[in-house]
Design a protein around this ligand. Structure first.
Ligand SMILES: Cc1ncc(COP(=O)(O)O)c(C=O)c1O
Length: 503
């Protein structure tokens, strides 16, 4: 059935009217992009009209209304959060009875496509925003994610807005005009100097300001290092198995070939790494991603010995090292071999990933190359955020925030560990000493992917470990990011996980 939608949106400043379906799709896209659902000025797009074109000669008008609206939501033409017109207004504009529209709304609420709340009308459910697989039955319910344990995100509600605002205000009122020129591709000298102190103090790094390049997160650091490795004739990068599958796209983009070295309870297997023949390796020594293992002292020594013996480079992804709970702090690898290690870190876990602010501490031999690549990438990272971070570091605001966050996340981690012991006693929890995620080894014989699918059907999102493995099989496991939910909600999430685990 061909359905045409027509809509008019108003934000008080302008007005759009749509016609036939293709045009409408473009119009809705344009309007959605131009008008966020709720802006800081409190503007909310107001739906004045929404037309479902009906074929009156075909009969079954009620079904046509229901199907037309459902298709519009499923295809994404009505975006998540879209405020549906009142049943009276829609019935009037479609020329059908109000009861027909009420029935359609009720059916779509029951199916999970719409949400109806007293006082705020009917809206498209946020979980419906993603397009559905073409073959899923038209009536399959879309279960919203109620417990999201996807790793990688800190608790965004704890961003230190007050201290950051005070630091920004200080920078804006004291920095000379010249500070707002191009920052230089390596970053603001003040930040490189402050990071030298910070990384030496907190991570036992051995750096000088001229060895630091400020980057837009570890991701950009990896991108620049990948390009540099290719140009240095090191086209094969060894990575840990398992490791972050999201990062593999970066290496692929820059034409690096990957080799895989297995990890065990002490971290990367250095003998297996040596057998790959690679002359560069990416490791996560402070908290292996995803298993959470801390690289043991003997493996650290072996890894550095391997790098020296084979003229190799170690890329150290220090992505969540600020958070440690039950163990003494472990210094970074870079501090043991500054000539062999590229150290990458960022504020993504300590503050928020949206900052896109990080650093690379480089061996002397790579500085010029990375400096050039950063110049060609973007002429340097935004300067205001850099100077604000300097102020946070100098006033102790950054350290105070981290101290508070360690206690905050520790309580969350404890809640997960205790709940797993209670509700899933046959599971083994790994990697709990540091970071913002842990690894749950499911009871032997558990079907990992079926568990993840069942969990999703209950509104729980967890990450399976198997897609992060390449060559080395391992026990069925899932990764739990515990940073974003309160201890109570984490306990509820673990109960859902326990319900999802079937042998
Ligand atoms: C293994 C790993 N490294 C690094 C990062 C952080 O990347 P960025 O600093 O670009 O935000 C993440 C984020 O989740 C990660 O999982």
């Amino acid at each position: 059935m061909h359905v045409t939608l027509e809509s008019r949106w108003s934000c008080g400043q302008c007005h759009f009217a749509g016609g036939k379906s293709d045009h409408l799709r473009a119009t809705l896209d344009r309007v959605a992009a131009a008008h966020p659902r709720t802006s800081s000025e409190g503007q909310v797009p107001v739906v004045r009209d929404l037309l479902v074109h009906l074929d009156r000669s075909a009969g079954r008008l009620g079904t046509q209304v229901r199907t037309g609206l459902r298709d519009a939501v499923r295809s994404g033409r009505l975006p998540a959060g879209f405020r549906m017109p009142s049943t009276r207004a829609l019935a009037q504009s479609l020329g059908v009875s109000r009861g027909m529209v009420v029935d359609a709304y009720e059916q779509l609420v029951a199916e999970g496509y719409l949400t109806s709340r007293h006082g705020s009308g009917t809206q498209v459910t946020s979980a419906c925003a993603a397009p559905q697989p073409a073959d899923s039955p038209a009536t399959s319910p879309v279960v919203p994610i109620t417990h999201d344990l996807k790793p990688g995100v800190p608790d965004l509600s704890t961003f230190p807005r007050g201290p950051w605002l005070a630091a920004t205000r200080h920078v804006l009122s004291t920095a000379p005009h010249t500070a707002f020129g191009y920052p230089g591709p390596s970053g603001a000298p003040e930040l490189r100097s402050a990071l030298t102190d910070y990384l030496g103090r907190v991570r036992a790094a051995q750096v000088r300001p001229e060895h630091i390049v400020v980057v837009n997160g570890v991701a950009q650091g990896l991108s620049l290092v990948s390009q540099a490795l290719r140009r240095m004739g090191r086209g094969v990068l060894a990575v840990e198995d398992p490791s972050s599958n999201r990062q593999r796209g970066i290496f692929d983009t820059h034409g690096l070939e990957l080799a895989y070295a297995p990890t065990d309870s002490e971290g990367i297997d250095v003998a297996a790494l040596a057998r790959t023949g690679a002359r560069a390796v990416l490791v996560t020594p402070a908290h292996q991603y995803p298993t959470g293992v801390v690289l043991s002292p003997s493996r650290r020594a072996e890894l550095i010995a391997w790098a020296r013996a084979s003229d190799a480079l170690i890329v150290e992804d220090d992505y969540d090292a600020e958070f440690r709970y039950d163990r003494d702090p472990v210094g970074c690898l870079q501090g043991l071999a500054p000539d062999r290690v590229v150290h990458l870190g960022s504020t993504s876990k300590a503050l928020a990933p949206g900052m896109r602010l990080g650093w690379a501490a480089l061996p002397a031999a790579m500085i010029e190359r990375i400096h050039d690549l950063k110049t060609h990438a973007d002429l340097g990272s935004p300067v205001l955020a850099q100077l604000t971070l300097v102020r946070m570091l100098e006033t102790g605001g950054y350290d105070r925030h981290l101290r508070a966050m360690r206690a905050h996340y520790r309580a969350r981690r404890d809640a997960v560990v205790e709940a797993i012991a209670e509700h899933l006693p046959a599971a083994r929890v790994r990697g709990i000493a540091a970071g913002l995620h842990l690894c749950v080894e499911l009871p032997p014989g558990t079907d990992e992917s079926a568990t993840v699918i069942r969990a999703r059907a209950l509104g729980l999102r967890i990450e399976p470990l198997t897609p992060m493995r390449v060559l080395t099989p391992g026990p069925p496991s899932v990764i739990i990011g515990y940073a974003t939910l309160s201890p109570d909600r984490l306990r509820a999430a673990v109960r859902l996980l326990a319900r999802s685990v079937l042998p």
